[in-house]
Write a protein that binds this ligand. Structure first.
Ligand code: AP5
Length: 230
């Protein structure tokens, strides 16, 4: 199903949730349908680490420890990406904002562009299940499609369903100990944004412990209403 033509101005959505909540999985399933671009600060930072930029060098050890990278570095990386022409129709923000300072900076960055946050979706999950989700995750090295050993294996073992790539990679921070640190960082620094966006009347809470396709259907219904009103 494709609803890409249903919005006439840029639409910006935030997916909030702890590590393993399914932010990346859902953003990738929904971006094409709604003509939006998934914008993951985790992916941008991993790209900076791989490219060996100054930002990447500063972020590497922090990410491997499961702590949050400084607001200054994250905002610099995000700002560059927001200026790219392909995001002009709008974004699904995945893993950003993660602190109150980032949320305020995002408002300012969007206002400069005549845009705003249209909806924030909080994926509600159980922490303990997130450890198993993250520890079983792997991605296609060629196209970035995400998989899971038990919950979302490729149709043919070792071969990407999307692009046919055969090299699969696992993230350095996807081990049980680091996931617990990342969960702690989420609850201390990011979860307060749920009430911040609730008070602005843009928040929807979505139970996200069910099957991937069922959650995509629920999110699609919410995003469809948002884009239809623009
Ligand atoms: P980031 O890359 O953003 O990681 P994260 O927030 O920890 O989120 P994940 O990617 O682990 O989880 P996800 O919700 O996307 O889950 P997924 O869909 O893959 O950040 C990494 C690091 O970068 C941070 O720790 C920090 O250091 C730094 N960073 C990034 N942004 C930052 C910022 N703004 N400020 C400061 N620092 C920042 O799903 C997980 C697995 O579960 C997959 O295998 C999937 O197939 C499976 N799965 C998904 N949904 C389901 C389901 N419903 N049922 C069963 N399995 C499922």
């Amino acid at each position: 199903m494709k609803d890409a033509s249903s919005h006439t101005r840029p639409v910006n959505l935030i997916l909030l949730g702890p590590p393993g909540a399914g932010k990346g999985t859902q953003a990738r399933m929904l971006e094409q349908r709604f003509g939006l671009v998934q914008l993951s600060t985790g992916d941008l930072l991993r790209g900076a680490v791989a490219a060996g930029t100054a930002a990447g060098k500063a972020a590497k050890a922090v990410m491997e420890a499961g702590e949050l990278v400084s607001d200054e570095i994250v905002l610099a990386v995000l700002k560059d990406r927001l200026d790219a022409p392909d995001v002009a129709a709008g974004t699904i923000l995945d893993g950003f904002p993660r602190t109150a300072a980032q949320a305020e900076a995002l408002d300012a960055l969007l206002a400069e562009r005549g845009q705003k946050i249209d909806a924030v979706i909080s994926l509600e999950v159980d922490d303990e299940a997130m450890v198993a989700r993250v520890a079983g995750r792997f991605t296609c090295a060629a196209c970035g499609e995400g998989y899971h050993d038990d919950f979302k294996p490729p149709s043919v073992a070792g071969v990407c369903d999307k692009c046919g790539g055969t090299e699969m990679i696992r993230r350095a921070d996807d081990n049980a100990e680091t996931v617990r640190t990342r969960l702690g960082a989420y609850h201390a620094q990011t979860a307060p944004l749920i009430s911040y966006y609730a008070s602005r009347k843009v928040l929807t809470r979505v139970p996200a412990m069910g099957a991937i396709d069922d959650i995509a259907r629920d999110l699609g219904a919410i995003i469809g209403k948002v884009t239809a009103g623009t």
